[in-house]
Design a protein around this ligand. Structure first.
Ligand code: GDP
Length: 371
């Protein structure tokens, strides 16, 4: 110890050094901040479902200062919206797939498909194909059978067909919307219009269902919600005249799309199909109807198919909008429609809101149904 320095000073220095050392070691022992692991639940941003694939320009960003989250649209929402159908099929298939496939498995699969409204003939065919394919590929586990069933169901849809809605090369594009009353025509028109105006397209609606009381009032509500214009006449007026005026209006105002609502039932002696053909003729004198969309209510099951067939045969239908899929346990009707009518399902309605319309994709649909 150098002379002249008091031992207390040495003790004080030693204490300070010791405290500093303890602090340092303590800091080292704390776990490092990790940036590569999940540090808690990330808020899930649900995409707004859209009728077509492009994102609406000018859509507002969510007011959340969270890290960007990759969202794949629209699969998650379709799966969620099909909860009823999913539960229905998965519950029944759980019986079938609870063991290695045997004869009873195939019977259970067939019964589940029939109950899900696929149709008896189609259900039998699917099951037969499934059975022979499973044998050929030596499939022994329930998981593999489920995968095979998914493949089989997707293959029954026309996977090559173009399901996008067709626009005309010149303005305005004209789409007609057809179907029995109560299937969801007005709602679908509102949703379609909202999707289009959300993409900065100018949209007009034509209230050519002049037979149903208050049809135009209902359409007006949807037009207002969607930011579209509405052309209407007096109740009972000639639907062809409404369509004609609406086309002139759409031309004059340079609208991008004109959507024509039509009657689902008439109170006159003229057959409905003749009336629909007349509306079309009026439009096609000066333009072209690029889509005649038939709205079918999924909850009506096989009954809906019978009504739809008449429209499909007479009205030059280009695509089906299958509504109320959120409200049915019988999603198999989608398959029955394509097989029976031979017309592609282009859109599905999955709720009563403005955004509840989605493009139909067989694979996404089947995945959602069986997941
Ligand atoms: P329209 O008579 O064919 O014009 O049918 P509407 O558009 O008036 O619809 C009839 C009812 O079905 C209304 O209560 C709608 O809210 C309802 N609706 C329409 N589309 C859907 C859908 O996709 N899901 C559900 N859950 N309800 C729907």
């Amino acid at each position: 110890m150098p002379a002249g320095i008091a031992p207390e000073i040495y003790i004080a220095i030693a204490v300070v050094v010791l405290i500093a050392l303890i602090g340092f070691v303590g800091r080292r022992r704390k776990p490092p901040e990790r940036t590569d692991v999940d540090t808690g639940p990330i808020p899930k941003v649900e995409p707004e479902p859209r009728a077509t694939t492009a994102e609406a320009p000018g859509a507002e960003a969510p007011p959340v200062a969270a890290p960007p989250v990759e969202v794949e649209a629209p699969k998650p929402s379709l799966r969620d919206r099909l909860t009823k159908s999913r539960r229905f099929l998965s519950d029944r298939l759980a019986n079938a797939f609870g063991r290695a496939p045997d004869e009873e498995t195939w019977e259970d699969v067939e019964a589940a498909l029939i109950q899900a409204d696929v149709g008896v003939e189609a259900a039998t065919k699917i099951t037969e194909d499934l059975k022979s394919e499973a044998r050929e590929r030596r499939i022994t586990t329930a998981g593999e059978v489920r995968g095979l069933l998914a493949e089989e169901l997707v293959s029954l849809f026309d996977t090559e067909t173009d399901r996008a809605l067709t626009f005309a090369p010149q303005k305005p594009t004209v789409w007609m919307v057809l179907g029995v009353n109560g299937t969801g025509k007005t709602t679908t028109i509102g949703k379609l219009a909202a999707d289009l105006t959300g993409r900065d397209r100018k949209v007009s609606l034509a209230a050519a269902d002049t037979f149903r009381a208050a049809a135009d009032e209902q359409l007006q509500i949807w037009a207002d919600r969607a930011g579209a214009e509405l052309v209407k006449h007096q109740p009972g007026a000639d639907p062809g005249a409404v369509a004609y005026d609406a086309l002139q209006h759409a031309r004059a105002r340079e609208m991008d799309v004109l959507i024509v609502d039509t009657a689902g039932r008439l109170h006159t002696k003229t057959p409905l199909m003749d009336e629909l053909a007349k509306i079309r003729r009026v439009i096609e004198k000066e333009g072209k109807v690029t889509e005649a969309l038939l709205v079918i209510d999924a909850t009506a099951g096989q009954n809906g198919l019978v009504q739809a067939r008449e429209f499909a045969e007479a009205a030059g239908v280009t695509g089906v909008v299958l509504t109320k899929l959120d409200g049915t346990a019988k999603g198999g009707i989608a398959l029955a429609i394509e097989r029976t009518l031979g017309i592609p399902i282009k859109l599905v309605g999955v709720g009563e809101g403005l955004q509840d319309l989605e493009p139909f994709d067989p694979k996404t649909f089947v995945d959602a149904l069986l997941s």
